[in-house]
Design a protein around this ligand. Structure first.
Ligand code: ATP
Ligand code: MG
Length: 248
């Protein structure tokens, strides 16, 4: 589809097309398209831009990833469709491993996602070889499988666009959880330690830049980030936008 750059919603339509391509290429599933639609709705409500609140979370996320001992980036079909190149770049800058972890698991889809990430420069992809599978508790069978070299032994896990049950399980398993989630009210947003309420396709660029720019002093600073407070600010932005529209 050709989207004219002058179209008022060009950026959002372009992102949607990326996901549709990801679906056709076997990276994403139907349920992923629906989850994307929910994300689009919340993106509309926050004004389709990276807010000051999201920037604050991005800075906290950059610091946490750079100071982690064994950080891991969890990749699902939507993430692989929307920003594979950026995921690889972020993993290189932070030293984080990449693990494919799917809500609707399928060996074929896992391999397609791994190939896409490798095409974008990734060296090693975890979560593919069942010899390294381990179980985390509190989740039903297929969804609790993780890689023992990856999420299982990680201290910090970035799980973008993740389901609430999984995020809650990762927290119970003692992980420091960072997420991208456009819905500040979702269970994932509310459970994570750091929630970046932004479209991953925008926010990941800023996360990469922030990782590149953080000074030694900033890395040593004691983190002052309060996720609950930050989430409330995102909810207030939505309320303000709705009120403005209702009064227009
Ligand atoms: P939860 O399970 O956490 O309560 P949910 O069931 O409403 O949330 P899921 O489909 O489990 O939603 O998780 C996907 C989440 O990812 C949603 O909250 C959705 O708003 C968000 N999302 C979708 N697309 C994007 C995107 N491009 N960038 C950031 N977040 C997104
Ligand atoms: Mg869910």
């Amino acid at each position: 589809m050709l989207i004219p750059k002058t179209h008022p919603r060009a950026a959002s339509l372009y992102i949607r097309e990326k996901l549709v391509h990801g679906f056709r290429d076997g990276l994403a599933v139907e349920e992923g398209l629906l989850a994307h639609g929910r994300g689009e709705m919340f993106d509309y409500l926050i004004g389709e831009k990276t807010t000051k609140t999201a920037r604050k979370a991005i800075k906290a996320a950059a610091r946490t990833l750079l100071t982690a001992k064994s950080p891991v980036i969890s990749v699902n079909g939507n993430v692989a469709s929307l920003c594979p190149k950026e995921i690889v770049e972020l993993s290189k800058i932070t030293g984080a491993k990449i693990e494919v972890n799917l809500f609707y698991a399928s060996e074929k889809r896992k391999k397609t996602i791994a190939q896409t990430l490798k095409k974008n420069g990734a060296k090693e992809i975890l979560g593919i070889d069942s010899r390294f599978s381990k179980r985390i508790t509190k989740l039903d069978s297929a969804r609790r499988i993780v890689d023992k070299r990856g999420i299982f032994s990680a201290d910090v896990v970035l799980v973008p666009l993740e389901d609430g049950d999984r995020t809650i399980a990762l927290k119970k398993f003692g992980k420091n959880v960072i997420t991208f989630d456009l819905n500040p009210m979702s269970r994932t947003a509310q459970t994570a330690d750091i929630t970046i309420v932004d479209n991953i396709t925008r926010g990941i660029h800023l996360l990469i830049d922030t990782c590149k720019k953080l000074s030694k002093e900033e890395l040593e600073e004691k983190p002052k980030f309060d996720n609950k407070k930050n989430l409330k600010k995102s909810i207030l932005i939505i309320r303000k936008n709705l009120r403005r529209m209702a009064n227009a």
